[in-house]
Design a protein around this ligand. Structure first.
Ligand SMILES: [Zn+2]
Ligand SMILES: [Zn+2]
Length: 236
């Protein structure tokens, strides 16, 4: 099967990212992955200049620097580099991974991150895929009716993401699909978990389709217990 990282940040586009995009791609290549999703933070506070400032298009040009650098490195190395985003809305500090997008979608939907989560789901929920990242990291409640999937394992070593609770929520709501992600910000974070697919996934739309179809497996050596239980939630 082909391994993909679903949750990764670049130094170019995430203020908290410490690893340049091309280096991220090289590290994942060395770890045997077929590709990575670049899910840089897209919200005020993690982003300079402010997204409220003039020129959304300009802001997106800047936002895309990490993805574009990763894509160029990936093309040279035979790695699939997939555009995603990690959105946060002004109402709270919850994070949402979004797939099924391209550069045009980012350009043509200015200030989508200034909606609230429900408004975003109502407006875009039928065209993009929304995965609640580390749903219980800082929260005890999850609005599970306005997401498509749950990150049941987030292996970022600097946070307690309370992954057991995410698995339990996913089990209670079988309409939600489970994902895992390394949330790679620094060297050492990479490759702690993987999404495994039967075929190569070459863009964000194919990733959306594959997640919807649940024809994948999950890998996380440090949480074999959760992975074993998650198999029942998948169609493999
Ligand atoms: Zn971050
Ligand atoms: Zn993240």
């Amino acid at each position: 099967m082909y391994a993909y990282e679903l949750h990764l940040h670049t130094a170019e586009s995430s203020r908290c990212g410490h690893v340049p995009a091309a280096e991220q791609v090289r590290v994942y290549k060395a770890l045997g992955y077929a590709g990575v999703c670049v899910t840089d933070h897209l919200h005020d506070g993690y982003y300079e200049p402010s997204l409220d400032g003039a020129g959304w298009r300009e802001a997106m040009e800047r936002y895309l620097r990490g993805y574009r650098a990763a894509k160029a490195a990936g093309d040279a190395l035979g790695m699939d580099v997939i555009l995603g985003a990690e959105l946060r809305f002004p109402e709270n500090t919850r994070d949402y991974l979004v797939f099924g997008i391209d550069e045009d979608w980012l350009m043509q939907n200015p200030h989508m991150c200034h909606l609230n989560h429900r408004q975003f789901f109502d407006r875009f929920g039928s065209e993009v895929l929304i995965v609640h990242a580390h749903p219980f990291r800082d929260n005890d409640e999850v609005d599970w009716g306005a997401v498509h999937g749950l990150e049941i394992v987030n292996t970022c070593p600097r946070h307690d993401s309370r992954n057991d609770r995410a698995l339990a929520l996913c089990q209670a709501h079988p309409e939600l699909f489970p994902t895992v992600g390394s949330d790679a910000h620094r060297n050492g974070d990479q490759g702690r978990s993987a999404m495994l697919f039967e075929t190569r996934i070459t863009d964000s739309f194919a990733m959306m389709d594959a997640l919807r179809a649940r024809t994948y497996r999950l890998r996380c050596p440090s949480r074999e217990d959760i992975i074993a239980e998650s198999e029942a939630l998948l169609h493999v």
